[in-house]
Ligand binder design. Structure first.
Ligand code: KG4
Ligand code: ZN
Length: 353
């Protein structure tokens, strides 16, 4: 009789969401999330100290409600996975401390895993095991990374990342420029649906031929943000009313054009025919439309999990923990330190040799 896959409890606290989930194999058993976003929105950005305190308050009730939803006791858990980074250091520490305490008390293995790779792994809960090789574009308020995934538990290569702002962050900053509420991303999305994406030709960062060698798959959005600021200033100086839908649509077009063009070029170069998109920015309408169109043209299968799996959550960490545990990767030491800038070369923290 085949041995059942381990029941993995995943804990995510890298930013403002306290996420807890139970996963067995590729099946999500239960999931609970508490968010401190409402406490940050009046500041126009995440306040790390507020986030850490909120995690501390939410941790025990969130674990309890996840177990209650599953109808299981903690004793049923076979392994614990927790975000080891990247993220806000104080927030990461709250999750890591809770996970270590559970692992120690229950006598179960602990896996400190990479948050960004978790954003890719969660897709397996929705669309099943990855084929041999997939490309993953992870886009959110904090990250924009292009990953070549040969094995989600053991072999992930970072092909590119943003050199400055993340895609969602660029949307939020342009949102602020246009006096939209924080976070501006969804507001720009809404406005852009009514505007003309060809109205203004905004720059496409790092796409010139001279960047092909060193930055073929890297992104840069800060020049674009400056270009939008200049355009707005020029219009105001000229006494023109701002055409917000056209500005939003043209800005969004510039961002998603670069994201999708570079991603599809990377798929071609590495002969990959499956693309996974994850992270909170994958909710963006303009990105979804362009990715669908360009993937169809290129014969690439596109996998985007439902949005509740794309924003930060415990399921992504439990999913990666489940993959790592099933691959028989060594657990992390109980005294591991979190790493706010954990590199993408680390899928799960390994014991020192
Ligand atoms: O993954 P997420 O919930 O949090 C992290 O950043 O890790 O992503 C949130 C980001 C914010 O920058 C938000 O403005 C952006 O994703 N976002 C969007 C949309 N929905 C969320 N940006 C553009 N269009 C959207 N529909
Ligand atoms: Zn994230």
């Amino acid at each position: 009789m085949p041995v059942a896959a381990p029941l993995v409890l995943g804990i995510e606290t890298s930013c403002d969401e306290t996420g807890v989930a139970l996963v067995r194999g590729n099946t999500l058993i239960a999931e609970t999330v508490a968010s401190s976003m409402d406490e940050h929105s009046r500041y126009g950005g995440i306040i790390p100290e507020i986030a850490s305190r909120a995690h501390l308050e939410a941790m025990v009730p969130t674990v309890q409600s996840c177990m209650a939803e599953a109808g299981l006791n903690l004793g049923a858990v076979d392994a614990i996975a927790v975000t080891a980074g990247p993220g806000l250091v104080g927030s990461l520490n709250v999750g890591a401390a809770a996970a270590k305490a559970l692992a120690l008390a229950l006598g179960r293995p602990l896996y400190g895993v990479n948050h960004v790779i978790g954003h890719a792994a969660v897709d397996q809960l929705v669309h099943g095991d990855f084929p041999e090789r997939v490309m993953a574009l992870i886009v959110s308020g904090g990250h924009s990374s292009l990953l070549l995934v040969d094995d989600i538990a053991t072999d992930v290569t970072e092909l590119g990342c943003t050199l400055d702002d993340a895609a969602g962050e660029a949307f939020d900053k342009v949102g602020r420029l246009l006096n939209l509420p924080y976070p501006g991303g969804p507001h720009i999305d809404r406005l852009a649906r009514e505007g003309n994406p060809k109205a203004i030709r905004f720059p496409r960062g790092l796409t010139a031929a001279k960047f092909q060698e060193q930055h073929a798959y890297d992104f840069s959005f800060s020049g674009l943000k400056t270009a939008v600021a200049r355009w707005v200033e020029g219009e105001r100086d000229a006494g023109h009313p701002l055409n917000l839908p056209d500005i939003a649509a043209s800005f969004a077009e510039a961002v998603v054009d670069v994201l999708t063009a570079k991603t599809i070029a990377a798929c071609r170069r590495h002969e990959v025919d499956t693309l996974v998109i994850g992270g909170g920015f994958s909710a963006n309408t303009q990105l979804r439309e362009m990715a669908e169109r360009r993937c169809a043209e290129a014969g690439i299968a596109l996998r985007i999990p439902p949005i509740r799996y794309c924003t930060d959550n415990g399921a992504m960490i439990a999913a990666l923990g489940s993959a790592v545990a099933r691959a028989n990767v060594a657990p992390s030491p109980l005294d591991f330190g979190v790493d706010s800038s954990l590199p993408l070369t680390t899928i799960s923290l390994q014991p020192q040799a």
